[in-house]
Design a protein around this ligand. Structure first.
Ligand code: FAD
Length: 792
């Protein structure tokens, strides 16, 4: 499905010199045995765009290609019986408004009208989606392949790829059992075999294949007597789905016990496997089948006619792998989709755009395979995949993170801070403090402000009034060296590198199309040495980006020093006094101004100190050898007692960065936008003769996209991203991120809107949890617009 869709969309984009190699017959992997459902509902806004595209294409595919796809546009009902399940549906309802798929939240009367056979519990609600349904997976896949062939692309069946070898030219030899194909680009779309195919190029695809069952009942009289078809039902209570399959029932469950991998335990792929199923294990899924029958009593007497137990590829975070392979050129992935029928169309479309045009029109950061790194080893991947499988139909709340597969990457302070109440969150394998629990309380996860709200307020107050300390060792860190380093970075980034040693600049790397790929803080340490910091999640991508852009004759080397150094962030009006207790280095503005860096000694430890702040207060980032971090923290903590030093975490950071109006990579700063659209013009130096993306930025025709900064009249629920921005009944944009600002006592957000509504003072509304909230475009940062506190 994924390969056929990619081929079709490459061909649609004009690239017909493309071949799909299939070891057996098309669909003989996971695709043939799928249940074929294509839900509109999914927890991620960007993934919802992928789903929505499939649901637009599939009903038309038969007419477009002449291939029978058996599309049933019966819609879907996702049931909710708990408040947080309904809250999640409200969040997704927001996506539907922005993306434009049919969805409404309905009550018992509509549910019963659409599915009169349901035995509903009290207090039930549902999301009714109207553009989706189910199709025949083989038909859909064959239709995409036919469409691709009709456009001029090639499908070679019975060609097994045995090996993939690099050529000096940058091309690849794809060696099959029928001969070799030389290709400019190669895409791994091998489904359950993707990990084995990745090994051919010395790489990895963090995928574990899971066994998944559905059963088909004998025909049911009640369905036979009725003309229509019930919607596809999705139900957290029975951890799965059920629907009509012609006049029979079809029930699929995601069991939570005794999960089973597909072929991985046997230790090697059976390359000859084709149209393979696994032995049925009804005992394993029986508790959930019983629940399905409780919901649909007409299933109980029908008897089971067919059991399907097939393999599905899953990734650690449940999202597909779409994008470049780390550290390899011209190698891509289009695999790891656990809803490959629903997602196949959109995955193919947006990956084809990326491959051929350099950027996709949607934000691809959560699909980029390089969101994983070496930390996603076999043990981690297995633990996370098991979690992903068993929670497929469990509604998770914002901030909820399970312990499976953790901790994988920790700072030397991990245990120390846990002892102090730190509640960690995971990013790119790193454990990073989110907030500190002073009394052992656990977070009551919710879309609403919850029981950590006041604690985050207190952490923010400490940073604002006294001093706070934060372990941010997970920062990605690179050293860029060589006589050509300055010219290289000036070519790669839109902003100019600092001219003086010891100065710091915020810079962005753009695609040749001018879209935003990366944001880094670069410190010039010496004439030929720059220290670059970027988001933890960008570690592999930014390293790739930097290394790929070095020209053959350029005297530049790039080293990833992420693991070598830890980082403590010291922030707050008393941070200078505190730090002065531990260092002989002068810290005043004359000697150590804002946006400068010095190598200093702190408590006898060598520290690279950067006077920068993401939270908008006086402060320093202290970068030290990992081995020194423990002592450094203890020294700061002891000296800090008299200044009221407090630990703080990333929840507080997020509120403070939004107060400062700082846009974040991957939410505001994405491959969807250029710097002008992201309102980042002040970080471009157009006086430079050239930088990658300059011409495209200047030439970009106006588009209806502009990042704005909003004050939102929220009461107990803040916008967090994905909420529609409305003018009357018209949806004019989407919130990209948001938070409550405790220093300014305002709910704030960034949104991407039609520029017509971007002028400061524009009055808009944001739909949060089904309620309209007034919002106004702000002219500048809500907190300390002149940066007086950071310069203090
Ligand atoms: C029981 C069950 C029900 C499901 N129901 C749904 C559903 O309702 N909706 C939904 O969206 N998803 C569903 N899925 C998931 C869906 O089947 C998969 O996500 C999807 O088929 C994955 O597609 P793919 O193209 O990545 O993999 P595949 O279909 O496995 O395709 C990969 C292809 O690569 C070929 N290949 C591998 N190695 C090589 C090699 N070395 N050389 C040449 N060719 C090679 C294989 O032969 C295979 O045909 C279900 C899965 C199961 C098991």
């Amino acid at each position: 499905m994924m390969g056929a869709s990619l081929l079709y969309h490459l061909a649609l984009e004009g690239c017909t010199d493309a071949i799909l190699l299939e070891k057996g017959e098309l669909t003989s992997g996971s695709t043939w045995h799928a249940a074929g459902q294509c839900p509109s509902i999914t927890g991620s806004y960007n993934l919802a765009k992928i789903h929505a595209y499939g649901n637009q294409l599939y009903p038309r595919l038969e007419a477009l290609t002449g291939q029978y796809v058996s599309w049933h546009g019966c819609g879907g009902l996702r049931l909710a019986t708990k408040p947080h399940e309904l809250a999640w549906l409200q969040q997704v309802y927001g996506y539907s408004k922005v993306i434009g798929f049919g969805m409404e939240i309905v009550g018992i009367d509509t549910i019963k009208r659409l599915n009169p056979f349901l035995n509903p519990p009290g207090g039930i609600a549902a999301a009714l989606t109207t553009d989706d349904g189910h199709g025949d997976p083989s038909g859909l896949c064959q239709a995409l392949a036919k469409g691709a062939r009709d456009l001029g692309a090639t499908v070679l069946r019975r060609h097994r790829v045995l090996d993939i070898r690099a050529r000096p030219s940058g091309e690849w030899d794809v060696i099959t059992d029928q001969g070799t194909v030389t290709a400019g680009m190669v895409v791994n779309a091998a489904g359950c075999y993707a990990r084995e195919v990745a090994k051919m190029v010395g790489s990895d695809a963090p995928i574990v294949n899971m066994q998944h069952h559905y059963v088909v009942t004998h025909p049911i009289a009640a369905f036979q007597e009725r003309a229509g078809e019930i919607p596809v039902m999705r139900d957290p209570y029975m951890r799965g789905y059920f629907r009509q399959e012609q006049k029979s029932g079809l029930i699929g469950v995601y069991e939570s016990e005794q999960l089973a991998e597909a072929w991985a335990p046997r230790g090697h792929p059976e390359w000859d496997a084709s149209n393979e199923l696994f032995p049925e294990d009804l005992e394993r899924i029986a508790p959930w089948l019983e629940r399905a029958m409780e919901r649909m009593p007409i299933f109980a007497d029908a008897g089971i006619r067919r059991v399907i137990n097939g393999a599905i590829p899953h990734t650690p975070d449940g999202a597909p792998l779409l994008g470049p392979v780390a550290e390899r050129r011209n190698l891509w992935m289009c695999c790891g989709s656990s809803f490959g029928i629903a997602q196949g169309a959109g995955c193919g479309k947006y990956l084809a755009q990326w491959m051929l045009h350099g950027d996709a029109e949607i934000n691809m950061s959560e699909f980029d395979p390089r969101r994983f790194g070496r930390f996603a080893d076999a043990g981690y991947t297995r633990a996370k995949v098991f979690l992903d499988y068993r929670t497929t139909f469990v509604t998770r709340r914002p901030g909820e993170e399970e312990p499976d597969g953790r901790p994988q990457r920790v700072s030397p302070l991990y245990e120390r801070l846990r002892g102090a109440g730190a509640v960690h969150g995971e990013t790119h394998g790193w454990e990073r403090p989110k907030w500190f629990s002073p009394d052992g309380r656990a977070e009551e996860y919710s879309y609403q402000r919850n029981n950590v709200f006041e604690l985050v307020a207190a952490e923010t107050r400490a940073v604002h009034e006294r001093a706070g300390i934060l372990d941010l060792s997970g920062f990605s860190k690179y050293e860029i060296r060589g006589a050509g380093a300055e010219a290289f970075l000036n070519r790669v980034c839109a902003n100019r590198m600092p001219r003086k040693n010891g100065r710091i600049a915020l810079v962005h790397a753009l695609s040749p199309n001018g879209r935003i790929l990366a944001e880094m803080t670069v410190t010039r340490l010496a004439d030929d040495l720059f220290y670059a910091l970027s988001a933890a999640a960008a570690e592999v991508r930014d390293l790739d980006l930097l290394r790929e852009r070095v020209l053959p004759d350029e005297a530049v080397s790039i080293e990833n020093v992420t693991e070598a150094r830890g980082v403590l962030v010291l922030s707050g009006p008393r941070s200078r006094e505190l730090l002065a207790r531990l260092t002989p280095a002068p810290l005043g503005n004359a000697d150590f101004p804002w946006l400068s860096a010095r190598e200093i000694s702190v408590a006898g430890r060598a520290v690279r100190a950067l006077r920068v702040s993401y939270v908008g207060e006086l402060g320093w980032e202290l970068h030290a050898e990992r081995s020194a971090l423990g002592d450094l923290y203890e020294a700061l903590w002891s000296a800090g007692a008299q200044f009221g030093l407090a630990n703080y975490g990333l929840y507080a950071v997020n509120g403070m960065r939004v107060e400062k109006g700082y846009k974040a990579w991957s939410t505001e700063l994405t491959n969807e936008l250029n710097m002008l659209e992201a309102d980042m013009e002040r970080f471009i130096d157009f006086n430079k003769p050239d930088f990658i993306g300059k011409q495209a930025t200047l030439a970009q025709a106006p588009r209806p996209l502009k990042i704005v900064y909003l004050e939102v009249a929220a009461t107990d629920t803040d916008a967090r991203g994905g909420e529609p921005v409305l003018v009357g009944e018209r949806c004019v944009g989407i919130v990209t991120s948001g938070a409550y600002g405790h220093r300014v006592r305002k709910s704030l957000a960034f949104a991407c809107v039609d520029p017509q509504w971007a002028a400061p003072g524009s009055r808009l509304e944001v739909l949060i949890q089904g309620e309209r909230r007034a919002a106004m475009v702000l002219a500048g940062p809500a907190f300390d617009a002149d940066n007086l506190r950071m310069r203090a």
